[in-house]
Design a protein around this ligand. Structure first.
Ligand code: AGP
Length: 610
């Protein structure tokens, strides 16, 4: 997730901007850069890698400026590299832009700029397109007007910081669906994407709303709404310490990331649907003939990503009519699976660096499989070694327990399945559109659900002293049960076990006794009666049942001791919603037990060893 810092002041802003960028390092980034207005010129310096690389680059230059913008980049369009780093400039090289977000229609804008204005692009980014567009509207004296005109042509999400060598006395900023704040300092004013960047310098903040544009001068800040009327904004006084600020007021990164799921899912869907509602899988180029050739698909991953693969199998088999096997990477690479040139190998990985997944990928590649990956970190090893890469745009995940990576991986798997089914012409128009509507509705449903999460906390307060727990479910719920169970064990250290509900009676039910917590996923309306029978089986043995079902199914769950409902949805996509109460359940249980939630013992965020 990119970070922005801008500063205009009666002092040299260079060091302050770099310091601010360092405070945003926790968001994750792969390059950093700065642009300064200097003697009626623009100076742009940027470098792949850590901020220290940028500091090395400018160390001996003695840069001085009263106006500047800086950026840390988390790659979305284009690999991490010097040339793709921000700031980007317009054609004249006199306007510099930093950007956080994704411009959905950047490809068509780029075409238009090349055809009508002879634009020549020096990077692969959507941000450079924005810079050129601003340049087209700029008359040399009204930067805010140019930014306004340009944003009118853009679809997608953005927070911009813009400066011009022709008007060094101002920074213009604009926001739509990406975070942006203004800081009111003693010696000047700031923009930033996040409060921690500014805490050392300011405590008084303006929170910028969607579709607002801001003009900052050394002694003045003006905010304009979408109708270009100046608006008054109350000052927000920040009382958080630096640690709380990084978590945006949440107590833990895990909780923050759970709450980021609606926007992560939205971002992952964004740009993958064109105006006609057709799926555009950027990074994946498979023809109908190529898809028809696959007689075997392996989905290979570890941990949470493996659990996303289980849902992927279900989706691809149902929608694209191809046989799919899902494997744990550490097993797959040593079991000599049958692979040939008709095999599609799909690796799923948040980090893109998990060694077992990478090892399995290399083996499949050697045997001739086509390699596709679903990855969160742009430019990571798995992404680089794949033929096709489909990115989850979850943003950096900092808590060890994976949450938003999982739900965005699910979205990717549904999109891949729909795409393949559509290309193969084995999927009805009706089902295709029904799926897309359901997926598009999820962010809003999730937002509403997350506003009302106290119920799960109450259930957790009753069960947190237990030593073990069982998760059960049928159909896709059995895969969600595995993920819910993993969440609970990894952060609360409760011995937890997940099993397909129908399999209980074949042995595991022997372990159920009075008070045993059983978390029952009952979100599949088509299997509800059967799941209710399984709940009765464990109830009869004294289990304390916590059930999760869709709204409207409350009656069927009257035997459960506790239950929460998720918003109504199509059974097939319910895992994206059903996992959320389980993430919260694990979170609150761990919290009641006093565990180190973001950094559980014995675990690492990225497992780069066998
Ligand atoms: C789950 O919460 C874990 N952090 C872990 O299971 C993780 O999903 C696994 O190690 C795979 O990581 P990856 O997605 O980065 O490949």
């Amino acid at each position: 997730m990119c970070g922005i810092v801008g500063y205009i002041a009666d002092e040299n802003v260079t060091g302050v901007i770099i310091e601010g960028l360092k405070k945003l390092e926790y968001r994750g980034y792969d390059s950093a850069g700065i642009a300064l207005c200097n003697d009626n010129n623009l100076l742009v310096r940027k470098k792949k890698g850590r901020i220290a690389n940028l500091e090395d680059l400018i160390r001996d230059e003695g840069l001085f400026s009263h106006t500047g913008i800086g950026h840390t980049r988390w790659a979305t369009h284009g690999e991490p590299s010097d040339r793709n780093s921000h700031p980007h400039t317009d054609m004249s090289g006199r306007i510099a832009v930093v950007h956080n977000g994704i411009i959905e229609n950047y490809a068509e804008l780029k075409e238009e700029l090349m055809a009508e204005h002879g634009s020549v692009f020096r990077s692969d980014t959507d941000t450079e397109v924005a810079a050129h567009l601003i340049g087209v509207y700029y008359d040399g004296s009204n930067l805010e007007d140019a930014v306004y005109q340009a944003t009118q042509k853009m679809r997608g999400a953005y927070a911009f910081g813009v400066i011009s060598a022709d008007e060094p006395d101002k920074i213009v900023a604009a926001r739509k669906d990406s975070p942006l704040i203004v800081g009111l300092g003693k010696r000047g004013n700031f923009i930033a994407s996040d409060i921690p960047a500014l805490l050392k310098y300011v405590r008084q903040i303006y929170l910028i709303e969607n579709n607002e544009l801001v003009v900052l001068k050394e002694n003045e800040v003006k905010i304009f709404n979408a109708d270009r009327e100046e608006v008054h904004r109350d000052v927000f006084n920040v009382t958080w310490d630096a640690d709380a600020a990084e978590k945006e007021g949440y107590d833990h990164f895990m909780l923050k990331e759970i709450h980021e799921q609606p926007s992560g899912i939205r971002d992952t869907l964004i740009r993958r649907l064109d105006e006609q509602g057709e799926i555009v899988l950027d990074g994946i180029d498979l023809t109908k003939e190529e898809i028809e050739k696959f007689d075997n698909v392996y989905i290979v991953a570890c941990g949470t990503a493996y659990h996303a693969g289980l849902i992927g199998k279900f989706a691809i088999e149902k929608l694209a009519h191809i046989h799919v096997e899902v494997d744990v990477a550490s097993e797959f690479r040593y079991r000599d699976p049958y692979i040939d040139e008709n095999t599609l190998f799909i690796a799923i990985s948040q980090s893109g660096e998990t060694l077992d997944t990478l090892g399995a990928l290399r083996m499949a590649k050697e045997k001739g499989a086509r390699i596709m990956s679903v990855v969160n970190v742009v430019g990571s090893s798995i992404a680089r070694e794949s033929d096709d890469v489909f990115y989850t745009w979850a943003g950096p995940e900092i808590a060890v327990a994976s949450t938003k990576a999982y739900t965005t991986q699910l979205v990717c798997m549904y999109l891949i399945a729909l795409y393949m089914g559509r290309k193969k012409e084995v999927l009805s128009d009706e089902l295709y559109h029904e799926y897309l509507e359901e997926l598009s509705a999820i962010p809003e449903k999730l937002e509403k659900y997350l506003k009302n999460q106290e119920q799960v906390e109450t259930v957790a307060s009753k069960l947190y002293q237990q030593d073990h727990a069982f998760f059960i479910g049928r159909g896709v719920d059995s895969a969600v049960a595995l993920e819910g169970s993993l969440k609970l064990k990894e952060i609360s250290y409760i011995n937890s076990f997940a099993i397909a509900a129908g399999e209980l009676k074949h042995g595991t039910i022997a372990l159920i006794e009075k008070g045993t917590p059983v978390i029952a996923l009952a979100t599949q309306q088509s299997l509800l009666e059967k799941t209710v029978s399984n709940i009765q089986e464990v109830k009869a043995r004294g289990a304390h049942v916590f059930a999760i079902a869709q709204e409207g199914c409350e009656e069927a769950l009257k035997d459960a001791d506790e239950f929460v409902v998720i918003p109504q949805c199509m059974d097939d996509v319910s895992p994206i919603l059903a996992i959320v109460p389980l993430q919260l359940f694990a979170y609150y249980i761990a919290r009641f037990r006093g565990c180190d939630i973001d950094k559980p013992k014995n675990l690492a965020k990225s497992v780069t060893v066998e």
